[in-house]
Design a protein around this ligand. Structure first.
Ligand SMILES: [Cu+2]
Length: 196
């Protein structure tokens, strides 16, 4: 606010100074004098910058989180409860059958660079699964599940936030995504199972 007031005063000051300082008989623009190239550059340079930003933004935002790849590397069932996220991993067994492994709530571990499909559901009321840094968000209700996919590029810890006001402890419905290497993830998953 203060910055814009200062900028306004400076710019208006220059304009006023130029307006009052110029004598009435000052020469007009030179005839035949053209700055067409300069003006074209003034117009084209910002246009190129803005169009590039537009395309870049579109490519990022246009990545449809719901358009789930048909063969994800990993499937996790994420179920919202008042007030936690229940997490179950699909783990292929040696016989080819898929086993469901339940892990501690709210701590979603994902391997770096792998496509993970998250099958999100709600056990009670409307919850919103949101990982702001991954730009994925969806709301689910009982009998209205949704699926998203994430391919985390960077290791680290990222917040999971419930984006729907789901009750009196909604604020406490927080979790973390832990993005780790394949080895770290495999090691974690091998010992993460909790009794159902
Ligand atoms: Cu919630």
């Amino acid at each position: 606010m203060i910055g814009s007031v200062i900028a306004f005063l400076v710019v208006e000051g220059i304009v006023a100074w130029q307006a009052f300082r110029r004598p009435d008989d000052a020469p007009g623009p030179l005839k035949g004098f053209s700055r067409r190239r300069l003006e074209a550059a003034w117009m084209l340079t910002p246009a190129v910058i803005l169009v590039s930003l537009l395309l870049w933004t579109g490519s990022v935002l246009g990545r449809d989180a719901h358009n789930v790849p048909s063969h994800p590397d990993l499937v996790v069932h994420v179920t919202g409860h008042q007030f936690y996220w229940q997490l179950q991993y699909e783990v292929p067994g040696k016989d080819g059958a898929v086993r469901t492994v339940e892990v501690a709530p709210n701590q979603l571990h994902l391997p770096q660079g792998k496509v993970a499909r998250l099958d999100i559901a709600s056990a009670d009321v409307v919850h919103g699964f949101w990982v702001p840094q991954f730009q994925v968000k969806t709301s689910v209700a009982p009998n209205a599940p949704d699926s998203l996919w994430i391919k985390p590029e960077d290791k680290g810890e990222f917040n999971i936030v419930c984006a729907e006001l789901c009750g009196n402890s909604h604020f406490a419905m927080r979790g973390f995504v832990h993005v780790e290497s394949d080895e770290e993830f495999a090691k974690w998953l091998a010992s993460a199972e909790v009794a159902k």
